[in-house]
Write a protein that binds this ligand. Structure first.
Ligand code: 26A
Length: 340
């Protein structure tokens, strides 16, 4: 059996810790952000990984934004319905990721690098904020040829989900899947992933966005897009930003999540807002991965052929389950979505 949903992203192992504003200040990190660091540039921030790995409360959890969404979609769709492409090293970290995917029912379609370590992300938590510091490692070496090896699975899939973070790695791989989706009329969903994507990977985004039938982003990514692309509206005006991304494309939908504020869904015919699933503050463990869980729940709904409104609600539902767990994880217990 081939997966219905195919995802593409950067497989990372998360080193998650609760930390202090002082620790973030030491490396000039913002409390709510995602950045890349590179071993090759002798970036002093590379020291974070060793420091965090030696903190007593560190938790090693499966990460990589699109991989988190893939596990989320599988939580709803069941085993072998979701496949995930990405590049990893041949080491203990990738063994753990493969194990977590298998436990979640996700088919790992990894490209394996023999001499580069699996990517890692220090998830530095302060209250409800998270600062993500990533060393992509092997994830940076994904190539479109790897898709060809599994092209039968690509052809058998009914829809695709692309983490915007992958725009830093292989826009060619995204375009390859995008062309297939366009030719076959399959939904092609892209997430903007982080403000630095529209800011610093504008050309790659411009190249890939035309293939997207659905774009998912949060309010800060929307603002970064508006600024980077010089849109003629306030960077906080989600409806106007979405309208300008959709243009007159009858085949494009933009979905902006906005924390606890309603989610804005925009098509060529207009915008609608949907409430989130509120959760008692005391039940929140951490909000790291909430956006990934939203995307996972949304994709599961789309795979099941649900109405857009229901897909959004399934995203909100899965996000509320995920923020009650450490990291971008889902409950051990199987809860079943029922429409409110
Ligand atoms: C290219 N970058 C920076 C990244 C990431 C990333 N996933 C892919 N590429 N930076 C952070 N993440 C993941 O985001 C999740 C939380 O939404 C982390 O691994 C974390 O699991």
């Amino acid at each position: 059996m081939s997966p219905t949903l195919i995802c593409l992203g950067n497989p990372l192992l998360d080193l998650q810790v609760d930390t202090t504003p002082e620790y973030l200040a030491k490396y000039s990190l913002k409390s709510n952000d995602a950045i890349l660091v590179e071993a090759a540039t002798n970036d002093p921030k590379m020291a974070i990984f060793n420091e965090v790995a030696n903190m007593p409360e560190v938790k090693f959890v499966a990460g990589g934004a699109a991989q988190n969404s893939a596990r989320g979609a599988a939580y709803i769709l069941g085993a072998n319905e979701v496949g995930y492409f990405g590049s990893v090293g041949n080491d203990q970290f990738s063994a753990k990721l493969a194990e977590e995917n298998a436990a979640a029912g996700v088919v790992s379609l990894y490209q394996v690098q023999q001499d580069i370590g699996t990517g890692k992300c220090a998830a530095l938590i302060t209250g409800h904020d998270r600062s993500l510091v990533t060393d992509l490692g092997a994830a940076n070496h994904f190539t479109p040829e790897h898709l060809e090896k599994h092209w039968d699975q690509v052809e058998a899939a009914k829809l695709f989900y692309i983490g915007g973070f992958h725009l830093t790695v292989s826009p060619a791989a995204i375009v390859k899947l995008g062309k297939h989706a366009k030719e076959t009329g399959k939904p092609f969903v892209m997430n903007l992933s982080a403000p630095f994507i529209p800011q610093f990977f504008k050309d790659a985004l411009k190249e890939c966005l035309p293939y997207a039938t659905i774009v998912i982003a949060n309010e800060s990514e929307a603002a970064a897009y508006a600024e980077s692309f010089g849109l003629t509206c306030e960077t906080t005006d989600l409806e106007s930003i979405a309208k300008q991304i959709v243009g007159d494309d009858a085949n494009k939908t933009v979905i902006f999540t906005h924390g606890l504020e309603p989610t804005v869904v925009t098509t060529a015919t207009g915008s609608t807002s949907y409430e989130v699933h509120p959760l008692e503050k005391s039940k929140i463990v951490d909000t790291n991965g909430a956006g990934d869980a939203f995307a996972g729940g949304f994709m599961a709904g789309l795979a099941q052929g649900k109405a857009l409104e229901t897909c959004v609600d399934m995203g909100q539902w899965l996000a509320s389950l995920s923020i009650q767990e450490v990291g971008a994880s889902y409950p051990k217990e199987k809860f079943t979505y029922t429409k409110a």
